[in-house]
Ligand binder design. Structure first.
Ligand SMILES: [Zn+2]
Length: 452
């Protein structure tokens, strides 16, 4: 008896959350799986019961929320929030009398509703902006850690997960079941220059006196690092180096950095570390050691080399810069209610970790504002009704063809009182400025600020 009580109360939550554990069926026999909604109550997942009593899990937005909401199907298992929130969805906090009445009629009780932090309009805008591209978009509220949108492409229709299962798992279709925002692993490209700039500031209190004369390339130990498109940037301080995204200047900075301190800074920003994330994710890698040579330092400083990260992780770092250096714990569930809307529990914003000082974040914000206002890499974000600060990136992914590139953008809006943090990766963009990450970020942010 003691064991049974222990099992039901203490262990039930872990057991039911395992996507492979068939014991959850015992719950589904008595409960109609609850709804998942966005922050405004728009239904993202619900169970429809047909006349003969069979149940169909329905996803009204189809592919737009496929990775973040996920799927729940007896044949394929569960993913996304359908997996993470399985216990809540299969628990009924329906009112007592309603439950008694259902028990008398031998009817199932309605499972609880998971109200997410997601914004259906913004998510759809991100989904349409991403279009046919492979890549990922994450939008967070910097001051709270609420995730408002999380889109990965290619995607799939969770309504047809069972029919399409073999296709979705076959080779050559681009791994549509992968959530690239968290599981993707990409060279950060020039977005990493923000972190290199932070390290340089930490090592040099007189960093504002930094100066460099760019003649289009830098050479060290037989390795030549050219600036993008053969540009010659001339005289630059640290701000101009970032605004111009000058490879030569950042390679020069890389040669000056303390390797151990650089690694400590990267790790304090959660490279080589666990991330606060409820989904499966790729750990970000930063591989500079005392043994790293000049070439690796130059490459790493400008975001190439062996450094790898995900759109999700870069969204966290960006949100911390926007939020005075403090990373808020990212979260996706606003609250759980019973099926009539009575609140069962509510999540509140929590500090996760201080990634940098207020002074450091203020300086980086100002530099990232210059990237938009003074630089030439993010002109698509000039002339907006909202202010933006950010950094673009072009990450080479081919060892033989330097024109094969992924496109990055990280940034935040309302620079004086930061609101949204956004991170975008477009795979294989190969330099097309019409569909690069910064132009896609513009579409997403315009949709947010221009809606009625
Ligand atoms: Zn340059």
């Amino acid at each position: 008896m003691c064991y049974i009580v222990y099992f039901n109360i203490v262990r039930a939550k872990t057991i039911v959350n395992s996507p492979y554990n068939q014991r959850q069926d015992a719950f589904a026999d008595r409960i109609i799986r609850g709804k998942i909604t966005d922050k405004f109550g728009n239904v993202l997942a619900e169970t429809l019961v047909t006349e003969d009593g069979s149940e169909i899990r329905n996803y009204p937005y189809g592919p737009a929320f496929a990775h973040v909401v996920g799927y729940s199907n007896p044949q394929t298992g569960k993913s996304g929030l359908e997996s993470v929130e399985n216990f809540e969805l299969l628990t009924s906090n329906a009112f007592f009398l309603e439950k008694i009445a259902n028990d008398f009629k031998d009817q199932k009780n309605m499972g609880d509703t998971v109200v997410t932090t997601l914004d259906a309009d913004l998510q759809q805008a991100a989904y349409y902006a991403l279009g046919e591209n492979k890549g990922g978009i994450v939008v967070m509220e910097a001051s709270t850690g609420k995730i408002l949108a999380m889109v990965s492409g290619p995607t799939f229709d969770p309504n047809a997960i069972e029919e399409n299962w073999d296709y979705l798992n076959s080779d050559g279709v681009g791994s549509p079941l992968l959530n690239r925002t968290t599981q993707g692993s990409y060279a950060p490209g020039s977005t990493f220059k923000v972190i290199t700039a932070l390290e340089f500031m930490r090592e040099n209190s007189d960093y504002e006196n930094y100066s460099y004369e760019c003649n289009g390339q830098i050479e060290k130990d037989g390795i030549i690092i050219p600036c993008f498109n053969g540009n010659v940037h001339g005289y630059e301080d640290l701000r101009a180096s970032l605004a111009n995204s000058c490879n030569s200047s950042f390679a020069n900075i890389g040669l000056m950095l303390d390797k151990t301190a650089y690694r400590q800074t990267a790790e304090s920003l959660l490279f080589n570390k666990k991330l606060p994330c409820v989904f499966d994710y790729s750990k970000s890698l930063f591989q500079i050691t005392e043994k790293s040579d000049s070439a690796e330092m130059m490459m790493t400083a400008m975001g190439q080399g062996k450094t790898m990260t995900s759109p999700y992780h870069m969204a966290l770092i960006t949100s911390a810069i926007a939020n005075g250096g403090v990373l808020m714990e990212p979260y996706l569930v606003e609250k759980v209610t019973n099926h009539k809307g009575a609140q069962i529990r509510k999540n509140v914003p929590r500090r996760y970790k201080k990634l940098m000082t207020v002074e450091e974040s203020t300086q980086l914000k100002s530099y990232m504002r210059s990237v938009i206002e003074d630089g030439v890499t993010a002109t698509q974000l000039q002339g907006t009704s909202y202010s933006v600060a950010g950094k673009t990136g072009t990450a080479e992914y081919s060892l033989t063809d330097e024109n094969k590139t992924h496109s990055w953008f990280i940034g935040f809006t309302n620079v004086d009182n930061p609101e949204l943090a956004i991170s975008v990766v477009i795979e294989g963009n190969d330099g097309d400025t019409n569909s690069n990450a910064v132009s896609i970020a513009r579409q997403v942010l315009d949709a947010y600020y221009n809606r009625q």
